[in-house]
Design a protein around this ligand. Structure first.
Ligand code: 5AD
Ligand code: SF4
Length: 469
């Protein structure tokens, strides 16, 4: 039996990488690896990289620089790089980061245990950036790492066929492939048995789920998941506006477990820019879908991604983006300065926007959005939110709160809610993790809401206290 060894994973980038990091931890468990939060203590460090923007790539290389220092003190430490930068760079990454023992691509995770075992015994260097033509169902985690979590990601598809001209994903994650609906439902049933209450379905473009393979439509998959007993909430990300179907809009009206939140990245409010981005929808088509979504589910929270400073984005184009933000009034936004990606066609487009102009536009978008986010949060003061509790809030863990116990969770519309449950109401204080509770919203901040949990009178139900909404 192997002694316990320590694994440190640095996850950079999107939820897909968070999910892959969980898979990595699960797969390395049988080799004796347990996760640690301290890189200096690790026997194996995995850097799960992101290539979406230059900044994310730089983050990976600067962390590798720090690891090289650690390895000088502890030469037995194994350093592995995975994710999109590994897939993109392949063996070239060894020259840029000589401390590396292992480079594995986004389709090589299933082979990782074998590779790690080989590096452990032979101290050789391995590069594997092969991509298989199929999804290997057996690679998906079935419990193990991340046990005790209330909310889990479930990948329903991989890759992307859209080829937006700024984006590296189709080149590093490959073609779109969807998992069988039965496999997905089975995985979710298993997660529910281990205590999970909420799943977030992951894919680069979930709206085109199963189209190539001839599986059921995404809305049908949602209906099947909605029927899983014991599951409380369903979320998904990301949706491409061009593929947002009428069926999916009505699913928001009809499926009781589907949370009232959609991330619907618009990228730009200018038709000319959308065309050069190869997004294949117009501003008018996008706005009409937003309107229809709101008709199906009036309380739906809508969030988006915006790229500022795409090549050729003129003043008027940028104004059109600001105007679209004013029209939609998003709940929140992620905004990015356009960043050239060597693989993506837009890197060769003319009329680059200067860095100073990009920074200025980014600031304008963020300032504008801030006012809407705050206004929307303030409007929730005095309402009751149904919150799925993630656990004690950070302040609580640090012992900073007074009389009340501070908990943290998310409302159905994805807003973070920190709330107190007064000690005198709850003695002994129960662990609320994983429960759905009702919270009176009393405070509004830019990134969260604050409030108090509603505890019904204990005498009402045979001395039992009810927390559930
Ligand atoms: N530059 C800036 N932002 C980008 N995104 C994707 N590629 C780039 C790029 N080259 C943004 C898009 C996408 C989000 C995940 O990242 O807004 O929706
Ligand atoms: Fe990239 Fe466009 Fe695919 Fe999203 S839809 S992953 S932005 S190519």
């Amino acid at each position: 039996m192997d002694r316990n060894k320590y694994l440190y994973i640095n996850t950079i980038g999107c939820q897909m990488n968070v999910y892959d990091s969980d898979r990595i931890a699960t797969l390395l468990h049988p080799l004796g690896y347990r996760r640690t939060d301290t890189p200096g203590r690790a026997d194996l460090v995995v850097v799960n990289t992101c290539a979406i923007r230059e900044k994310a790539e730089q983050k990976a290389f600067s962390f590798l620089g720090r690891l090289a220092e650690l390895k000088r003190k502890r030469p037995e430490m194994i350093i592995a790089v995975g994710g999109c930068v590994a897939q993109q760079e392949g063996r070239h990454i060894l020259t840029r980061a000589p401390c590396l023992d292992l480079v594995f691509g986004t389709g090589a995770i299933g082979r990782l245990p074998r590779m790690v075992a080989r590096v452990e015994s032979r101290r050789c260097r391995i590069v594997d950036v092969e991509t298989g033509a199929e999804i290997d169902e057996f690679e998906y985690p079935q419990g193990g790492a991340g046990e005790g979590a209330v909310s889990r990601f479930v990948t329903i598809m991989q890759g992307c066929d859209n080829f937006c001209t700024y984006c590296v994903v189709p080149y590093v994650r490959g073609r779109e492939m969807s998992r069988r609906p039965e496999e997905i439902v089975q995985e979710i049933e298993g997660l529910v048995r281990s205590g999970v209450r909420e799943v977030t379905l992951l894919g680069q473009n979930v709206n085109s789920y199963g189209k190539k393979e001839g599986w059921c439509a995404f809305s049908e998959l949602l209906a099947r998941i909605n029927a899983v007993p014991g599951l409380a909430r369903i979320r998904f990300t990301t949706s491409h506006p061009k593929d947002l179907s009428e069926d999916l809009m009505t699913a928001f009206r009809d499926l009781d477990k589907l949370c009232n939140h959609i991330h619907l990245p618009v990228q730009s409010g200018s038709d000319a820019v959308l065309d050069r981005m190869n997004r294949r929808y117009t501003r008018a088509a996008y706005l009409s879908k937003v309107e229809r979504l709101r008709r199906c589910r009036p309380d739906i929270a809508i969030t988006s991604d915006i790229i500022v400073g795409f090549p050729g984005e003129g003043r008027a184009d940028f104004e059109a983006t600001l105007d679209l933000i004013r029209t939609v009034e998003y709940d929140s936004l992620f905004a990015f300065k356009y960043s050239d990606r060597p693989n993506a066609p837009a890197a060769r487009f003319s009329d680059a926007v200067s860095e100073a102009e990009k920074s200025d536009r980014l600031r304008k978008v963020l300032d504008l959005q801030e006012s809407y986010t705050l206004r929307k949060h303030r409007a929730l003061i005095g309402t009751t939110a149904c919150v799925l509790v993630d656990g004690p809030s950070k302040r609580q863990e640090q012992g900073e709160t007074g009389a009340g116990i501070q908990w943290s969770g998310r409302a159905a519309d994805n807003k973070i809610v920190n709330f107190t449950a007064l000690k005198e109401d709850l003695s002994p204080p129960p662990d609320l993790t994983g429960r759905q509770v009702r919270v009176d919203i009393e405070d509004a901040f830019l990134h969260s809401l604050g409030g108090k949990m509603i505890v019904r009178e204990p005498s009402r139900v045979k001395g039992e206290k009810i927390y559930a909404a």
